[in-house]
Design a protein around this ligand. Structure first.
Ligand SMILES: C[S@@+](CC[C@H](N)C(=O)[O-])C[C@H]1O[C@@H](n2cnc3c(N)ncnc32)[C@H](O)[C@@H]1O
Length: 424
């Protein structure tokens, strides 16, 4: 058999065996196997309740399907792919998914055009494209209904905010302009990014009052919802141990922990503007009354966080900043630490294919790319997005250590390729 035939056959076998594993897991969980027409989520669609073998099987399927298509498709077909996030933004902004939800079966594009004020012909083109990408279902010509994917884009689901914030096409398409403009390209000043070129203000200033904190809830849902309570030995902490969620945004991540570990107290700290968003979380009043949680404003470049906490938890923060800013943030945290305090950092760790193959970490089976390729694409999407928005990046483990960190523990959590390290 030629090398090409052997690789194609191996990819198909990986897909078959992994699909069998997914079907078996759904059957064990008495859940219907995945079907795009289903509108409800079951436990196997939520990161925290998905067994690691299912997550891994999914990643292998996604990686192998993408690699198979990239190998077999005509190169031009495969490489030209530029429209999806622009179309999604139209439909999310228009709240088309909400319009469909209120109709028991489906809605004609003319009706949607009347409700939204967008030209029916043009809207029809956008929807026809998205249906071809499996977002919505077309039940008759130009008549649409929701499906599994479009349900994630309802305005009541925070995932839709990730479309605006993480994958907004307007600033993504300015990456090239920012790379070739000398003023922007040579500088690492976070106020000279592609994002600023389009929006006229740095990221956090621009999103101060609006969607960013909701987008973080959506991002949590996609990546690590419910996983924090499982990622650390919280039981080992003393009764009334205090966890400081440094820049915890709405406090949505801390909430998972509060619910599961009644002996913990959590202080959420973030910029002052976030306090209102935090106070809107509906589960909070009881916990505030029991003095189990509070919000204390911070600017982590100027202030040290609350003193003497047991854990300082830093989630999705350091990748927004250049090394010197990360050092400043961590120095301020260090000022507040008692000898037994620990810093817990959750973030993606970027990997180069060659380094992975050499170090033999969690390697994808051959002939997949060692880093699981499309199966773990979100972290590489985010990496590029960080460059566009902040001139920053996801770091490799070596880059973390080069900042001057001492890792006392490092674990690669299979479920979501999220890594924990603890800094002394
Ligand atoms: C990517 S979000 C992560 C939020 C949260 N930890 C999570 O994982 O959902 C970054 C957070 O940093 C906060 N932030 C930005 N600049 C800050 C500053 N100077 N001081 C404190 N927090 C800041 C933002 O308000 C935002 O909530």
């Amino acid at each position: 058999m030629s090398i090409g035939s052997a690789q194609l056959t191996a990819l198909v076998e990986l897909i078959s065996s992994s699909v069998r594993e997914v079907i078996a897991a759904y059957s064990d969980a008495r859940q219907d196997s995945p079907l795009l027409n289903l509108l409800d989520e079951g436990p196997l669609e939520i990161p925290a309740t998905t067994p690691p073998n299912v997550t891994k099987a999914r990643q292998i399927i996604e990686a192998a399907c993408a690699q198979l298509c990239a190998t077999i498709a005509q190169s031009g077909d495969c490489i030209v792919n530029y429209t999806k996030s622009a179309c999604l933004q139209v439909t999310v902004d228009m709240k088309i998914f909400d319009l469909l939800l209120n109709k028991p079966k489906s809605l004609a594009v003319e009706e949607m055009a009347k409700l939204s004020g967008i030209n029916a012909g043009k809207l029809g083109q956008v929807l026809r494209f998205l249906v071809t990408k499996h977002v919505y279902r077309e039940v008759q010509p130009n008549v649409y209904t929701n499906n599994t994917l479009s349900m994630k884009l309802l305005s009541s689901d925070p995932v839709c905010f990730s479309i605006f914030v993480h994958y907004q096409p307007s600033y993504s398409t300015y990456m090239w302009e920012a790379l070739v403009d000398e003023k922007y390209s040579s500088s690492y000043d976070p106020s000279q990014t592609a994002f600023c070129k389009v929006n006229g203000a740095p990221f956090f200033e621009y999103y101060k009052k609006c969607r960013f904190s909701s987008a973080m809830i959506g991002w949590r849902d996609i990546t690590d919802r419910g996983l924090l309570p499982k990622m650390y030995d919280w039981q080992s902490l003393v009764h009334n141990a205090v966890v400081c969620d440094v820049s915890g945004s709405n406090g949505h991540v801390a909430l998972d922990l509060l619910k599961e570990y009644l002996k913990l107290k959590i202080v959420v700290q973030d910029l002052e503007d976030l306090q209102t968003r935090w106070s809107e979380l509906k589960e909070l009043p009881d916990m505030i009354q029991q003095a189990r949680t509070a919000f204390i404003p911070i600017d982590f470049f100027k202030d040290a966080p609350v003193k003497d906490c047991n854990i300082y938890y830093i989630h999705n923060i350091l990748h927004d900043w250049l090394d010197e800013s990360c050092v400043k943030i961590l120095q301020n945290v260090k000022l507040s630490m008692k000898p037994t305090s620990r810093i817990l950092i959750l973030c993606f760790v970027a990997n180069h294919q060659e380094a992975l193959a050499r170090d033999g970490d969690d390697l994808a089976p051959e002939p997949l790319l060692p880093n699981y390729g499309n199966g773990r694409i979100q972290q590489y999407n985010l990496d590029v997005n960080l460059m566009i928005c902040f001139k920053s990046k996801e770091r490799t483990l070596k880059e973390f250590i080069d900042i001057g960190w001492v890792l006392t523990r490092y674990s690669s959590c299979l479920s979501n390729v999220i890594e924990i390290c603890i800094l002394l």
